[in-house]
Design a protein around this ligand. Structure first.
Ligand code: SF4
Ligand code: SF4
Length: 132
């Protein structure tokens, strides 16, 4: 009991072990895995990233009225769901053009919106994908 009291008292004068976030910014690790970024110009539409993604956070869905440019790219449109993503980097590992077509940035994941409509449009995309 007395030991605990002494420890608690001395702790009052020690530097805190926690970071005063958001006043003090968090220093990210060099290997920090953040949001996935996509470079449309370099993508060859092999869909390896889509197949490799464990939670299905990447979807290539056919656009209803593809532009001339999209027709050249099989009429597929890239979609990424940062709320489903588990930041495992499997998609980047599977991509034949890493760092050009797909890469993992050190950008932080997005906060969920207050409206709770995080995945609403995503469910529509998933339905579309199943009917292809
Ligand atoms: S990092 Fe993992 S979960 Fe996120 S999109 Fe890539 S494969 Fe999917
Ligand atoms: S794996 Fe890379 S090149 Fe293939 S579709 Fe995905 S982003 Fe494009």
């Amino acid at each position: 009991m007395l030991t605990s009291l002494i420890k608690a008292f001395t702790n009052l004068f020690k530097k805190p072990q926690t970071i005063d976030y958001p006043v003090t910014p968090i220093i990210k690790d060099r290997e920090y895995r953040g949001l996935i970024e996509y470079g449309e110009e370099s993508c060859i539409y092999c869909l390896k990233c889509e197949k490799a993604c464990p939670p299905g956070a990447i979807l290539f869905v056919k656009t209803e009225t593809p532009s001339e440019n999209e027709k050249n790219k099989k009429g597929l449109q890239y979609h990424y769901n940062p709320y489903l993503c588990i930041y495992c980097s499997e998609c980047v590992r599977a991509c034949p053009k890493p760092d050009e077509a797909l890469w993992q940035s050190n950008k932080k994941p997005l906060p969920a919106t207050k409206e709770g409509k995080v995945n609403e449009s995503w469910f529509e995309l998933e339905k579309l994908k199943k009917t292809e």
